[in-house]
Design a protein around this ligand. Structure first.
Ligand SMILES: *Cc1c(COP(=O)(O)O)cnc(C)c1O
Length: 356
């Protein structure tokens, strides 16, 4: 730290991204990326004349991409917001929709970045405890008068709530915004996009990072009422109007045009997820009912941390969280069937060693 840093940020605890190691060829099941490459159309979009135009700024309105997304999801372009990853959009929500009087609330077990954004924006966050077995009770979120952020399906548990439950939350929070973070919705949960035209306090946030194999491109999008989208644009145009660059924009358009490819990949991930869950249960693990591209599992035989370390030693990376309530768990991203078979075999070996 230098002596020049604004003291406000002195004790800021920033986000710890999942490990991106290069010391050996790991099977990487730790950051919820897709094991599948982007579609051929996406790859080709990066070879075309788009690259020759890098001397020119990108369209800050993202007009074509916005229209394509709006059409695919049945919205008007005025209901669509785009930025550099959904993390960017979530941060804008804290900036735009919180005040000293109207703070923020989210579940105690959820996406780690929410707490970071709350601290960064100097907001005291109310972390609402999940019920037993990581169940989210919608009644805990009614009449809050705070910005509410819910990942649905939740991370790292993978457990989803229904749009009906979200609707109850929306009805009782008409004076504040409710953000539903649907980073994993394409893997089997019901989306709340159908509620956007009915509730002007709802913002549904999604990303190209997980189901569309574009974590490296940084592209997030959100659906909301015209007013909410205007608010987010006010923030974006005050920070960086060009947050979606030319290459990402071209890739995003191509990804929407090859939607069938991604739907097929999602189906495969769901199949392999359910297979992996079953195999883990056979090995004596307790596994949550995940609707995401990961499973969340624990066993009495070995602690979450030790299993993570043993797997890493043997070339498989998973995510372990050093946090009360979930310390005994690991979050395992769903890779290809072949990767998951190696994962299961490796777990088997570790359990045998532990029990020997
Ligand atoms: C991965 C993830 C994000 C971030 O997605 P980006 O678009 O890559 O920034 C947001 N929310 C949740 C719950 C996530 O898991």
């Amino acid at each position: 730290m230098s002596k020049y840093l604004n003291p406000v940020y002195k004790d800021l605890e920033s986000y710890t991204p999942g490990e991106q190691l290069n010391d050996k060829n790991y099977i990487k099941l730790n950051t919820n990326e897709s094991p599948f490459p982007p579609s051929c159309e996406v790859i080709n979009s990066l070879r075309s004349d788009n690259i020759a135009k890098l001397n020119l700024y990108p369209d800050p309105e993202c007009t074509e991409l916005k229209e394509k997304i709006a059409k695919l999801y049945g919205f008007l372009p005025e209901n669509v917001f785009l930025s550099n990853g959904s993390d960017d959009i979530l941060n804008f929500c804290f900036i735009a929709f919180c005040t000293k009087e109207r703070k923020v609330a989210f579940p105690d077990i959820s996406y780690g970045f929410y707490e970071v954004f709350a601290n960064f924006n100097n907001l005291e966050a109310e972390q609402i405890p999940l019920k037993e077995n990581f169940i989210l009770d919608y009644r805990d979120y009614c009449n809050k008068n705070k910005l509410i952020i819910i990942a649905n399906p939740n991370a790292p548990t993978g457990i989803a709530i229904t749009p009906k439950e979200v609707e109850k939350i929306l009805c009782s929070n008409t004076d504040n915004v409710v953000v539903i973070d649907e980073a994993y919705v394409d893997f089997g949960a019901d989306s709340c996009t159908s509620l956007v035209n009915k509730y002007d306090n709802l913002l549904v946030v999604q990303t190209f990072s997980k189901s569309r194999s574009m974590a490296g491109a940084r592209l997030g999008f959100a659906f909301g009422s015209k007013g909410l989208i205007q608010d987010l644009n006010k923030i974006k145009y005050s920070v960086n109007p060009y947050s979606v660059n030319r290459m990402t924009m071209a890739a995003g358009i191509a990804a929407i045009e090859s939607n069938d490819y991604y739907l097929k990949n999602c189906k495969e991930i769901i199949k392999v997820r359910d297979y992996t869950s079953n195999e883990l249960v056979k090995l004596g693990f307790e596994v949550t009912n995940s609707k995401a591209n990961f499973v969340f599992a624990k066993t009495d035989c070995i602690s979450g941390k030790d299993l993570y370390l043993e797997l890493k030693e043997k070339g498989v990376l998973v995510r372990y969280f050093d946090k009360d309530k979930i310390q005994s768990y690991n979050r395992i991203t769903i890779g290809t069937k072949k990767q998951m078979d190696i994962f299961i075999q490796t777990v088997k070996k570790i359990l045998e060693e532990v029990q020997a």
